[in-house]
Design a binder for this molecule. Structure first.
Ligand SMILES: [Zn+2]
Length: 461
């Protein structure tokens, strides 16, 4: 197994066929796309039959450039098609009903999986029609060797998956082969979990993830998604309880978590990574230059929610926030925050971006609470504003998020404050937070919730 290292948490980058579950299939008057994906016996690639009805297209193209090299060939009725830069060219006036193609899987960048199961992005096997139709109803069926399992974040019914259109543009995690699988409901969300390697046991995983989902749902007494898939892979990293986490949204919401081998369930519950990744789901996907906002709010929530839900003490939450600010102040490349965000995967300025964004979240929360006597908070406003982008599958700008927060709160400072943070090349001044003037508000923010953070399924929707 891999050793990812303590600093890997910073790389917070950017969703089984076990009988039918209730599924709301999107109804479209447009075209239909159906993919049948046959995974090879060695789990090293797939043969795909893509059939279309009412879809006019000239090519089948990969989701991203890095997937282009995975294509091994394409055929119609056994006759080879021309391939150029990973694109399948049809060269016909009238598109055919079905195209066959083969792809070879790249080994996961995390080295996840073993001989019995693989963790894959759908970009490894899904080619989309281009031009892409305005409306298309998509279904996907899998054949996995040795009656192996499938785990994906997409709604499914009787073994047929129905992802939303974002599946053609944004990556997600899929697991194929022999692995441990479990499912349960929490905060009215259906949770599916795939476990690979020497992970914590089923009951411990359920306890850990239930607490994390409930803590995240406590923002608004509801979880912002109907369904959620976790991929849990144990790694050998004694330096951290959870070495790494990542959320992906291609066709559904999927979270990868890499707990360290042998970690205790109490340690997992107290850890921040799962709540951080889940908190991202309150927000839309943001452009690279705006990631200070999404990472800042997720980082703020990971500390505040754990204190509110009794997963860490209030003192510890504030200590961690202060220490984070210090790390953020010491790091970075001197760029304005929006530029730091755009470049952070190259410059490594994660601490600066995450914690400057956290300073924005804290300042916004404090100012909202002060002007409303605690009635309006960053959490209540986020819960309301999230309905603005709940169905959004495309990348969104910070200006839209800030405007929605402003509209939900009636507070007119938020957009201007966000613009000031984004343009500043200095780490924000956070010394005011520790003044006695803010003692009551700090206590209010991190005070344990009356009745805890349990969000019942009935009351959440
Ligand atoms: Zn993050």
């Amino acid at each position: 197994m891999l050793n990812i290292g303590r600093t890997a948490w910073l790389l917070c980058l950017v969703s089984c066929v076990h009988g039918a579950d209730r599924v709301a299939v999107e109804q479209h008057s447009g075209g239909v796309a159906h993919y049948t994906v046959t995974i090879f016996d060695n789990l090293g690639g797939a043969r795909v039959r893509a059939c279309f009805n009412g879809v006019i297209f000239a090519q089948l193209v990969p989701i991203n450039a890095s997937a282009a090299s995975r294509l091994r060939g394409a055929w119609i009725d056994g006759l080879p098609l021309e391939i150029r830069d990973g694109r399948i060219l049809l060269n016909e006036q009238r598109p055919p009903e079905c195209v066959d193609y083969e792809t070879q899987f790249e080994r996961s960048r995390f080295g996840l999986g073993d001989s019995s199961a693989v963790v894959l992005s759908q970009s490894q096997w899904l080619w989309r029609p281009e031009p892409f139709p305005n409306q298309v109803s998509t279904s996907v069926r899998f054949a996995v060797p040795d009656d192996g399992r499938v785990s994906l974040s997409w709604p499914q019914s009787n073994g047929v998956y129905h992802p939303n259109r974002n599946v053609f543009f944004d990556e997600t995690f899929g697991v194929f082969g022999a692995f441990n699988w479990q499912a349960f409901s929490v905060a009215n969300a259906r949770v599916e979990v795939a476990r690979l390697g020497a992970t914590p046991l089923e009951g411990d995983v359920r306890r850990w993830l239930t607490r994390a989902v409930e803590a995240t749902a406590s923002v608004g007494g509801r979880f912002p998604r109907d369904r959620l898939q976790f991929v849990i892979v144990s790694v050998d990293d004694p330096g951290a309880e959870v070495a790494f986490g990542m959320v992906r949204r291609g066709g559904g919401s999927s979270i990868l978590l890499l707990p360290s081998v042998g970690v205790e369930v109490a340690q997992l519950e107290a850890d921040w990574v799962a709540i951080h990744e889940l908190s991202h789901l309150w927000l839309p996907r943001l452009y690279a230059e705006d990631r200070w906002l999404s990472e800042g709010i997720a980082t703020y929530l990971q500390e505040v929610l754990r204190a509110r839900c009794g997963l860490q003490s209030s003192d510890r939450a504030w200590r961690r926030i202060r220490e984070g600010f210090e790390r953020g102040r010491r790091s970075g490349s001197g760029r304005a925050l929006a530029d730091e965000s755009r470049n952070m995967n190259r410059t490594g300025a994660y601490q600066r971006v995450y914690w400057a964004g956290t300073a924005f979240a804290l300042e916004t929360d404090l100012r909202l609470r002060r002007r409303s006597n605690g009635e309006s908070t960053l959490l209540t406003v986020l819960n309301d504003a999230q309905r603005n982008w709940a169905e959004e599958t495309r990348l969104v700008g910070a200006s839209r998020v800030l405007a929605a927060l402003e509209q939900s709160s009636g507070a007119e400072f938020i957009a201007a404050l966000g613009e000031r943070y984004a343009a500043s090349s200095d780490f924000p001044d956070t010394t005011y937070v520790d003044s006695s003037e803010y003692d009551d508000l700090r206590a209010q923010i991190s005070a344990p919730l009356d009745g805890g953070c349990t969000v019942s399924g009935e009351s959440s929707r």
